[in-house]
Every structure is written in structure tokens, then in C-alpha cells.
Ligand binder design. Structure first.
Ligand code: PBG
Length: 335
């Protein structure tokens, strides 16, 4: 009964290792744990504020008091890290987004409070200007709405330093400007932040799956009919992501991020195979919204489809996953 590869049936029956739960567990190649998860939160100014995000059912924007409670909760669940995204009030936004490096800005103050109460919690802070600009672009624009690269990098570098000064463990530039990793790394070294990590959003695609996030941070109306096609990557390209990652590593990135996750599993896999830096992936707001709304409509089993989606991201090669599902997943994984 040899087939053309010389492998015979019935000596080979693939179903033997699938027969019982115990044997399936023994041969499992990928395991998911709370230690693989990063929880993103949306921060509001003020006190006792909590507003739901309509396009992300179950996720709220919160003022720092609520975020401190969330921090305690995720640490109890063994989730090691939180990623912070600010909701900036309109009157604090400007053409050039200079509020981004205010040492007493919303993010900087929140980092200080979180690190004082929970020094062991890893704080990942986002570097990009879109929450701070009146036009919703990630950088400073010229008269034709083109984001000016090098001017933007200067502001991003100030933003990164202000976050490191506040105590951020990981600086995460999500803006896709050229040369920003090198500039931020040099500034961190020059300011004695030798151990501050850089998680570079190296391959960030110009994706339509960011829609709910733009609702959440309030940049959607600012961006209006604008788009980010001249700095975020074209979803059609894979080879280009290898160049992006190579450059960011050479400029000083410690970890690289691929974003979104599920539509880009091939990219996660390629980068994991080719480079030896840790790869993180971001299961973005639109991925969350899809799973959540289909589950709420009864079209998908919520727990099973979500765990499968996150497992697939890990299997593709991500060592950690940013996901709005982090708390649910950590709970589901508890014995
Ligand atoms: C922008 C930024 C975006 C996200 C994180 N940082 C959106 C964008 O590029 O417009 C999206 C995250 C998500 O969709 O969950 N710097």
C-alpha cells in the first residue's frame, strides 16, 4: 500500500494523534498563554469618565482612574503589558501636533501614574501624531496635505523622549516615517535611556481595518476623506515589508510589529523566518469588530472563533499579540 512517496497506509494514519483530547494536547505545536498578550487602552482626560466605543462593543475609553483598575485586573490575569492610546480633546489638537510631547500631557501623566502604582507592568506608548493633529495625519503636513518626513521625525523624537522620561518601557512608533527609528534610538541613547525598548511598527499596512480605532481616538472626522497611502504600506506588497523590517532593525529596533494581523499572516510568517528579532502582531480594531459583531449576531461562536484567530497569529510566528480581546482570552485560558 505504498503511495508514491513510499509512505504506507495503514502504517501511517494521521488520525491516531487526533483521537483523544489528551493525545491532541501532547502533540500540540502552538500554545497560547496570557503571557503572549498585550492589552490596548484608550485614555480620556479627567476623572471617572468611561465612554463606550460604538464600533467596538465592549471596549471603552476611560480616564486614568479606570485604567489603573484595568491595569490591576490584567496583572492578576498574568497579562504583562498595556499599550496606551490617547483621546485628545479638539482644543488641544493643532496643525503640527505639538501636544504630543507635552511633558504633562495626558499620555505622559498617565504613564507616570501607571508606573508608580504598577512598576512591573510593561507600558507601551504609541509614537505618532494622529491623535494630536487637526487633520488626523500621523505627521506634519505641507500645503498639499503631504506629510513632511523629516520635520515629522523631529516631533516624533521629542514625543518619544517625553514618553521615556515619563517611564514608558517600550516606545512604539506607529507612524511609518522614514528614519524615525534611528532618530529615536540616537535620542534615547543621548538621554541615557539605554534600556528603553523600541517596538517598531515596521510593516504597518494602509488598512481599512483601522476604522473603529479612528472612531475611538476621534481622528476619523479630522482625517475626513484623507488617507495614509503615502506612508503606510500597500496591502498588495510583501517583499517591501522585508526591507522595512531590515531597515528598522539596522536603525535600532528591538522588536518589530506587523499590523493588522489576520489578513497579514503571510507577512508575520515571512518576517519571523527571515529575521531573528521578536515579532509582535496587532489584531486591530476592525478584526475585533468583525469577530465581535458576528458573534453577537449568533453567526460565530465567540470564544472559539476568537481563540482560533489569536492562535493562528501565534502559529504564524508572532511572539506576542496586541488585542482588544486580551482580557477575554486570558479568562478563557484560565483552568
Ligand atoms: C495611528 C494608529 C492607528 C492604529 C494604531 N495607531 C490607525 C491609523 O493608522 O490610522 C490602529 C489600531 C487599530 O485599528 O486597532 N498611528
Amino acid at each position: 500500500m505504498n503511495n508514491k512517496n513510499g509512505i504506507s497506509f495503514p502504517s501511517t494514519r494521521m488520525r491516531r494523534t487526533r483521537r483523544t483530547d489528551a493525545i491532541r494536547r501532547l502533540v500540540e505545536e502552538t500554545t497560547l498563554s496570557a503571557s503572549d498578550l498585550i492589552y490596548p487602552v484608550f485614555l480620556l482626560n479627567g476623572k471617572n469618565k468611561c465612554t463606550p466605543i460604538q464600533s467596538m462593543p465592549g471596549i471603552n475609553r476611560q480616564s486614568i482612574d479606570g485604567v489603573l483598575k484595568t491595569a490591576e485586573q490584567i496583572l492578576k490575569l498574568n497579562i504583562p503589558a498595556m499599550a496606551l492610546f490617547p483621546v485628545i480633546e479638539e482644543h488641544e489638537k493643532s496643525l503640527t501636533g505639538d501636544e504630543a510631547y507635552n511633558p504633562n500631557g495626558l499620555i505622559q501623566q498617565s504613564i507616570r501614574k501607571l508606573k508608580t502604582e504598577f512598576p512591573e507592568l510593561i507600558i507601551i506608548s504609541d509614537v505618532a501624531l494622529d491623535p494630536y493633529t487637526t487633520h488626523g495625519q500621523d505627521g506634519v503636513i505641507d500645503a498639499n496635505n503631504y506629510v513632511i518626513n523629516d520635520v515629522t521625525v523631529d516631533t516624533l523624537t521629542k514625543q518619544a523622549i517625553s514618553q521615556a522620561e515619563a517611564g514608558a518601557d517600550i516606545i512604539a512608533p506607529s507612524d511609518m516615517m522614514d528614519g524615525r527609528i534611528g532618530s529615536i534610538r540616537n535620542a534615547l541613547e543621548a538621554n541615557n535611556f539605554h534600556n528603553t525598548l523600541i517596538l517598531s511598527y515596521a510593516a504597518k499596512y494602509a488598512s481599512s481595518f483601522y476604522g473603529p480605532f479612528r472612531d475611538a481616538v476621534g481622528s476619523k472626522n479630522n482625517l475626513a476623506t484623507g488617507n495614509k497611502f503615502n506612508y503606510q504600506m500597500n496591502p498588495a506588497n510583501a517583499l517591501e515589508s522585508l526591507r522595512e523590517v531590515e531597515l528598522d532593525i539596522s536603525e535600532g529596533a528591538d522588536i518589530v510589529m506587523i499590523k493588522p494581523a489576520m489578513p497579514y499572516l503571510d507577512i508575520i510568517n515571512k518576517i519571523n523566518q527571515k529575521f531573528s528579532v521578536p515579532v509582535f502582531a496587532y489584531q486591530v480594531s476592525g478584526e475585533y469588530a468583525m469577530l465581535k459583531s458576528a458573534s453577537e449576531a449568533g453567526y460565530l461562536n465567540h470564544k472559539e472563533s476568537t481563540l482560533e484567530s489569536i492562535m493562528s497569529i501565534k502559529r504564524a510566528g508572532a511572539s506576542a499579540i496586541l488585542t482588544y480581546y486580551a482580557i477575554d482570552v486570558a479568562r478563557w485560558l484560565q483552568p
